[in-house]
Design a protein around this ligand. Sequence first.
Ligand code: ATP
Length: 316
Amino acid sequence: MTVLAVDAEGVTKTFGPVRAVDEISLRVAPGEVYGVLGPNGAGKTTFLRMLFGLIRPDAGTVRVFGRTWAEDDVAVLDGVAGFIESPKFYPYLTGRQNLEGLALLDGGVRPGLVEEVLGVVDLADRADDRVSGYSYGMRQRLGVAASLLREPRLLVLDEPANGLDPAGIRDMRALVKRLAASGLTVLLSSHHMDEVEEICDHVTIMRRGSVAFHGSLDELRSMAPDPGHALTTTDDVRAMAMARSTPEVRAERVAGGGLTVTGPAHEVSAYVGSLVRAGIDLRGFTATRTPLQQLFFMLTETDVDDVPDPVLEGTR
Ligand SMILES: Nc1ncnc2c1ncn2[C@@H]1O[C@H](COP(=O)(O)OP(=O)(O)OP(=O)(O)O)[C@@H](O)[C@H]1O
């Protein structure tokens, strides 16, 4: 039987009155890219801290490759690397010197590995520059390089793209995809649905410490609502009236002007076409949230009683 990379069962952690993590169970199979997604304060970092043994659960068990902190102590970390929040480096040393220092502290690494990991994270040509001159994105990638020095089987990344500019986000996502393609198991937290959608196979969506959704990205997509659009026209009143007589399309007036239009993509385009044919010109027509983003907000912001049953069914 294959040993799961992570097997968490009923994990709970309370800080005073706050239930940061409330009976979370999740399983990460070897080779998977697993996302833990949730808004700020959902409990993602607290959960990842427990994997690294930085804090202990009040209840439940976390197994990492079959090991637990209670039974195996620091041996849990064999084959595991990563960082919680942002990695820290000596700014006055170069990227390479920082990695060499870390390798030394770890009792040495195989020859050529420092060079290899610098190449993997695309920092080979900046390796001899001081870290003080690195962009935030380069520091994050150096953090991944430092983790790779341990030649892990499981890489744990806490919001690796947080605070990065669009180019940094692109580079970090490309890096995670490359690592995943090499067979590494990756567990990452994020509060961006698009990040998880782009790189993860499975996701747990957290909401105030609890699981709001568990499953594959395909399952999640199948539950997503219709896409929404912001529409402004030369005659919003008539556009609204025409939407009322189009059953598949739902429209709402927006304070300050315009409508929000929701419905299956082909029905929305047919509706927009009919507006134009009726002599109503479009001033603006843009997609608002993608269906998955919309679902994310429904799962994490709405009171559970307000979430339509088809959305919640998959989570029960
Ligand atoms: N050491 C602590 N002491 C007290 N409360 C804490 C502690 N760590 C986390 N919390 C609380 O637990 C809850 C979950 O926090 P956590 O940092 O795990 O969320 P998160 O999903 O990682 O959020 P973010 O995206 O902002 O990092 C929050 O209400 C937070 O204030």
